[in-house]
Design a binder for this molecule. Sequence first.
Ligand code: FMN
Length: 175
Amino acid sequence: MKFLALSGSARNLSTNTAMLRAVAVAADPDHEVRVFDRIADLPVFSPDLEGGPLPEAVRDFVAQIAGCDGLILASPEYVRAIPGGLKNAIDWLVSRDEIINKPIVLMHASHRGEDVLAQLRLVLATVSTRFCADLFLRFELMKNSPAEIESHLSQPANRRAIGDFIEDFAAFCRR
Ligand SMILES: Cc1cc2nc3c(=O)[nH]c(=O)nc-3n(C[C@H](O)[C@H](O)[C@H](O)COP(=O)(O)O)c2cc1C
């Protein structure tokens, strides 16, 4: 299976992005997990921009969504909500076919952020018929560096948890 791991953080040292990179390492080699950490490249969405040729960054993003079997999304909470950059990325997909039946799951890199999780569950179930709320994997990684996260998530129990999560998601995607 090919998975796209979409980070809702544009921060260089993002815990969410580092967690998704660890997923790419821990997943069974049968699966490919590609991390997308470039939401900051996307211009601000406007329906006016959908009529003509799409901006290059949007074309690339849409192609990566189209080319994956499932989407794994992890995001920080900003001001009790979805960060603007991630909401903007989702807005680019809303009126397109690529997202409608795409399997989607959430991961989370913090012990906090219940509001962003609730909002993401609502938004993702709105844009896709195949958002799977039953599968969810969370690690408490807030304020850790990418190196600390890599080391923590490479521990056998955490690798197993990630591997099981990816297998469960792959089974959901195949259904
Ligand atoms: C502008 C801003 C607003 C934030 N608002 C919240 C918030 O409302 N609730 C919360 O729990 N954390 C909030 N945080 C903390 C981040 O959600 C938290 O540090 C997160 O783990 C960062 O994810 P990242 O490392 O992937 O960038 C905020 C951080 C920033 C920079």
